[in-house]
Write a protein that binds this ligand. Structure first.
Ligand code: SAH
Ligand code: DHB
Ligand code: MG
Length: 216
């Protein structure tokens, strides 16, 4: 394990591949100033989310877990002018910081932030979404997975962050977050409507992984 090297390589990749991004830099600065935890997706991961949304042609995106809106900005930028993103956040302070960040990024008119426990908000939703990004409290992943399936249709894309957790997914079975990931994986394993993979990642945010699932 060489986390310092992973971070340095991420910096190199960002330097070559990602244009300077004042709106994302400002969002991270505002998050830090407000005392939010630095658990946003990394710059290279955020760009991957942006590219996946564009490849997919997503017009409607549902995000579970807003924090300061870093991933929200990455995803909302992928939307066409008519596109809409709904993001769900428990903590009103996080939502307030995110509101300012998305507005500053110039995509605020496409983004709705709904405050409350995501499991409750999800229950109230009906419309199918083209893409769902799940990145909130990990013990609730089975619930978020079921709701993501209910709120998508054939051809929709579902992405779940943090499915490896430093390898904990196979050796830290006491951890409630790991249990949530594993229960979700069990649901996917027996779900005929889903074609999925997961890819392990290392980088500035450590050793983790993304699940990518297509509703078929
Ligand atoms: N997607 C963000 C990071 C999200 S961090 C990014 O990459 O920029 C996880 C977020 O989920 C935190 O802001 C936390 O407050 C929120 N959260 C935790 N429990 C929640 C719940 N029950 N409902 C909705 N959001 C929740
Ligand atoms: C945590 C949550 C995340 O979404 C993440 O990307 C990293 C860590 C956490 O709760 O510790
Ligand atoms: Mg995450």
């Amino acid at each position: 394990m060489e986390p310092a090297l992973w971070t340095a390589v991420d910096a190199y990749l960002a330097d070559r591949l990602l244009p300077s991004d004042p709106a994302l830099d400002a969002a991270l600065a505002a998050n830090a100033a407000a005392g939010l935890p630095a658990i946003d997706v990394s710059a290279t991961q955020g760009k991957l989310l942006n590219l996946l949304a564009r490849l997919h042609g997503a017009k409607t995106i549902l995000e579970v877990g807003t924090l300061g809106g870093y991933s929200t900005i990455c995803l909302a930028r992928a939307l066409p002018p008519v596109g809409r993103l709904l993001t769900l956040e428990l903590d009103p302070k996080h939502a307030e910081v995110a509101r300012a960040n998305v507005d500053r990024a110039g995509i605020g008119d496409k983004v709705e932030i709904r405050v409350g426990p995501a499991s409750e908000t999800l229950k109230s939703l009906e419309d199918p979404y083209d893409m769902v990004f799940v990145d909130a409290d990990k013990p609730s992943n089975p619930t978020y997975w079921r709701e993501a399936l209910r709120l998508t249709k054939k051809g929709s894309l579902i992405i779940v962050d943090n499915v490896v957790r430093n390898g904990g997914v196979i050796d830290n079975l006491e951890d409630p977050g790991v249990q949530g990931v594993r229960q979700m994986m069990d649901l996917i394993a027996t779900e005929s409507r889903i074609e999925a993979t997961a890819v392990q990642t290392v980088g500035a945010k450590g050793y983790d992984g993304f699940l990518v699932a297509l509703v078929v």
